[in-house]
Design a protein around this ligand. Sequence first.
Ligand code: NAP
Length: 281
Amino acid sequence: MSASNFAVFGHPVAHSLSPRIHAAFARQLGIAMQYTAIDATPEAFVARLDEFNAAGGKGANITLPHKHSVLAQCAEISDFARRAGAVNTLTRRLDNHWRGDNTDGAGLVRDISKRLGMDLRERRGLLLGAGGAGHAVAFALLDAGVAQLTIVNRTPARAIALADAIGEPDRVHTRDWNDLGRFGNFDLIVNATAAGHSRESLHLPFSLIAPRALCYDLSYGLAASAFVNWARAARIGYAQDGLGMLIEQAAESFAIWHGKRPNTDSVYAELRAELPLDASD
Ligand code: NAP
């Protein structure tokens, strides 16, 4: 593929680590490419994407707030992205249409199972949040063999809609956030809310955490600190943020575009040194 042809679209997007991650992958595999961040408001998104295509754009990552609306721009959508209702990876096909994939779920599962070395099968999971990422994560965890998944969302109707879309009433349940203290415990707790970005506390009881549970926040850096610190304070489980997921979902996108999956260890080590897990105020 020619240079100057990959990008991440979002709003805002200046903070995105994706250009850095993809540049590191390209250096590692000796692939000539440029990857830029394109800020596009919801109103301007389609026009920006059309400009990118006209300029030879070959692939793009899509982040907030466009992950759902971009479905309308895809003539071809992967089964997983369709189920999740969200696309984070666009690939220009030879007959000049966009294919949409979603690598968020695979990124999370790979981070947990490969980097952390934890078996997801048979875990009893609690998913906090039912937004775009929550959808991808729910399907991916169930595909990976999680035994039960309880979904809780600030706006209960979204949790119910997600459970309905999954359609596995024996494995997937919804509960009211206000009843969190009466749920018993879980050996996998995934925070897929955006609460950490506005520094809002989720007021979670320690009773949710089973011994040796994995408590995983999809966000990273300061946005993850409240949840990570809560999990650590319980002293019976493991706490992790979403930096590894971010890098693994990028590697999945890279593999879709270039046919080669980069080794993620060095990129993870470099970024982890800048964003330590115990980051706090
Ligand atoms: P989204 O579609 O906007 O959904 C936001 C979710 O957070 C909704 O469930 C929302 O509940 C909930 N929420 C927001 N503020 C809350 C609060 N104060 N208390 C409780 N719930 C709250 O966003 P998203 O795309 O799903 O992203 C969610 C998180 O995942 C973000 O932190 C994002 O950075 C992270 N993420 C990480 C990766 C990665 O690669 N590491 C990839 C994707 C996303 P309501 O439905 O009630 O509004």
